[in-house]
Design a protein around this ligand. Structure first.
Ligand code: ADP
Ligand code: NI
Length: 213
């Protein structure tokens, strides 16, 4: 199988798994992450095939879409073996996918450019207009309220607290979304994050204005 054939198989696999996903981690989220990754990768010295693999596969085993359980290994090992990837290569992919995740800011940092690129692309999709839509989709699916006046946020001290957070979705902007602009790895990511960040600040202003009208 050549690279194009492998990527086609990966795409179909991901489509099948995520076509009905409704927490904002659906097939089109993955498509946008692939497209943004490629745009960022143009400005970086990186292995494009590897960037594409990470971008396509970064969410299929995530705990958020697998009833709270990380299934990366369970889902990806057999699939990548069927595509004739070697065991060391599969392990590398699995390790790199774990590093892409935000995990409340508690995740390990990485120096690998391909991981940094996909991480930026994933984070761009978490902010701006699409990021806002995804946050409320996720919050709704988890049964969290949109906003609760006078809500007192508790400081998130561990990754478990982050994962199990039942705070109103507006709180997620302060817990994560507004922090992402300063956590971008690449220059392209930083530039693209600026506009989306401002859009979220405007959204919050308008939200409070309407709430208090
Ligand atoms: P990653 O997948 O990078 O680990 P997260 O686990 O923070 O990142 O989740 C990715 C996306 O899921 C967020 O950008 C957001 O859209 C949504 N999300 C996660 N936690 C929440 C939450 N508590 N409230 C609203 N949306 C959330
Ligand atoms: Ni993602």
């Amino acid at each position: 199988m050549n690279e194009k054939e492998i990527l086609q198989k990966i795409k179909l696999f991901v489509f099948d798994l995520l076509k009905n996903e409704s927490t904002g981690h659906d097939y089109f989220h993955i498509r946008r992450v692939v497209d943004n990754s490629l745009m960022i990768a143009k400005q970086e010295d990186s292995n494009i095939f590897y960037v594409k693999i990470l971008a396509w596969l970064h969410d299929v085993g995530d705990y958020k879409i697998n009833s709270g359980i990380n299934k990366n290994k369970e889902i990806l090992f057999p699939f990548l073996s069927s595509l004739k990837f070697s065991t060391p290569k599969i392990n590398e992919i699995l390790e790199d996918i774990e590093l892409i995740s935000y995990r409340g800011g508690f995740n390990e940092k990485t120096d690998k450019i391909e991981v940094k690129i996909v991480q930026d692309a994933d984070r761009l999709d978490a902010i701006g207009a699409i990021g806002i839509a995804r946050a409320f989709a996720y919050g709704g699916k988890k049964g969290n309220p949109i906003y609760t006046p006078n809500f007192i946020a508790e400081e998130i001290l561990t990754v478990e607290m982050y994962k199990n957070n039942k705070a109103p979705t507006i709180q997620h902007f302060y817990d994560k979304l507004l922090k992402l602009k300063d956590l971008m790895n690449t220059e392209t990511g930083k530039k693209l994050a600026e506009e989306r960040h401002k859009y979220m600040l405007n959204f919050l202003d308008q939200f409070y204005k309407e709430w208090n009208a």
